[in-house]
Design a protein around this ligand. Structure first.
Ligand SMILES: [Zn+2]
Ligand SMILES: [Zn+2]
Length: 407
């Protein structure tokens, strides 16, 4: 069965199920649910998996589920889809427009969910026919947009025993029927910081008798980003940009506290790991020079998604086989964040961009109320995910060979 030509089998499967999958996507699109409230979505997925003879396991909070196809001693490949919608208004005039005010599948997670459902149904058929040489773990992850869903999945053993993980995201800049992929980082890290400064306060006539807190805060606002640009490799593009500053209430009074909040974005994983300690030490030295106390509240968002080279080769080869030669196109690292990065901190894998633009058509960007997809992307996504799962199970081989390769 190794090296079997899957294209004909997928043609036959999709001839029967593509319309049904499109209908499933439209139903999700009409009933979007926000992060950690994807109860209906989870139930709809669970019903379909159960009807296909699978045994989904809903996560404890009731949103998101995990389901294994196949069993035995073979390797385990995970496929992940995120299932949550965004808190914004659907501005499209289509029959499947969102029926929920202020909620919209504007990031295409309804498509990711449907692609993984279609892939699950195909893999269930393969398993029933004895053609699955290992296990595929299906991860329908809640709350990507919050973020936090990937950590929720991992906290409940979602990737324990998994050898490799693959995921997709809609990309309206790539034509439907194509897949964009790159080795190394494909998205960026994004964290939040809050700096609080405090001092004795006093009269603006006598700054030398107190600590001039507003002046010190202004120094922190300019010195921290400036120092970072000289302390971190410029190729990592670590950037600290402030979005909020609050201090003081009167023109002639030095306040006793102030706050500044901003985001830290970064293309590079090593720089991301080092950022909190570096920012803290820079902050302390600037604040100390002006006699104010400063504290740093650093909130980790998501790490960059860093694609493993071998996984990218596997997924690219699978996509070429599934979609035809020339269907795999290069893509760039984006400054957006994606919590798939948390999985790749623990296990190897690859994350690719699924083309959703009608060839020659208009590009509607994600996170806009007008975003929509060419629904041909659903069948293309199923072809890519199913072929990736099966060919990587063939490639990884029995568990003995993985142990040997890692030794
Ligand atoms: Zn998004
Ligand atoms: Zn998204």
């Amino acid at each position: 069965m190794r090296g079997r030509e899957l294209r004909g089998e997928l043609d036959a499967f999709l001839a029967e199920t593509e319309q049904d999958l499109v209908a499933f996507r439209r139903d999700l699109h009409m009933h979007p649910e926000l992060a950690f409230a994807e109860y209906r979505t989870t139930q709809r997925i669970a019903e379909r998996l159960t009807a296909a003879g699978l045994k989904p396991s809903v996560l404890p909070k009731g949103s998101g589920l995990i389901c294994d196809v196949g069993s035995g001693d073979g390797p385990t490949i995970a496929l992940r889809a995120d299932i949550d919608a965004l808190p914004l208004q659907d501005e499209k005039d289509v029959p499947y427009r969102s029926t929920v005010a202020g909620a919209c599948h504007a990031c295409g997670h309804d498509v990711h969910t449907t692609v993984l459902l279609g892939t699950s149904l195909f893999l269930a058929q393969q398993a029933a026919a004895g053609l699955l040489p290992g296990r595929v773990r299906l991860i329908f992850q809640p709350a990507e947009e919050l973020p936090g869903g990937a950590l929720e999945v991992m906290a409940h053993g979602g990737i324990s025993g998994v050898d490799r993980i693959f995921g997709l995201h809609c990309d309206p800049r790539v034509d439907a029927g194509q897949l964009g992929i790159r080795t190394g980082p494909i998205t960026s890290a994004c964290d939040k910081i809050a700096v609080r400064v405090s001092g004795p306060g006093g009269h603006t006539a006598r700054p030398h008798l107190t600590a001039d807190l507003v002046f010190a805060l202004a120094k922190i606002l300019t010195e921290l980003p400036a120092a970072l640009s000289r302390r971190v490799d410029p190729r990592s593009s670590l950037s600290l940009v402030w979005g909020k500053v609050v201090a003081g209430s009167a023109a002639n009074a030095i306040p006793d506290d102030g706050v500044a909040e901003g985001t830290v974005r970064c293309l590079d994983e090593d720089a991301w790991h080092a950022a909190p300690d570096l920012i803290k030490s820079l902050l302390e030295s600037v604040a100390g020079a002006y006699g104010v106390e400063a504290t740093l509240d650093y909130t980790r968002g998501v790490p960059p998604v860093v694609n493993d080279e071998l996984s990218v080769e596997m997924m690219s080869a699978a996509a070429e086989q599934a979609l035809g030669s020339g269907a795999v196109v290069p893509t760039q690292q984006s400054l957006g964040g994606e919590d798939f990065g948390w999985y790749l901190e623990s296990i190897p894998g690859a994350f690719a961009r699924l083309g959703t633009r009608s060839p020659g058509g208009v590009t509607y960007d994600i996170h806009q109320g007008t975003f929509d997809v060419d629904e041909k992307a659903i069948a293309a996504g199923v072809r890519v995910m199913a072929t990736t799962a099966l060919t990587s199970l063939w490639e990884v081989g029995p568990i003995d060979s993985i142990t040997n390769a890692m030794a």
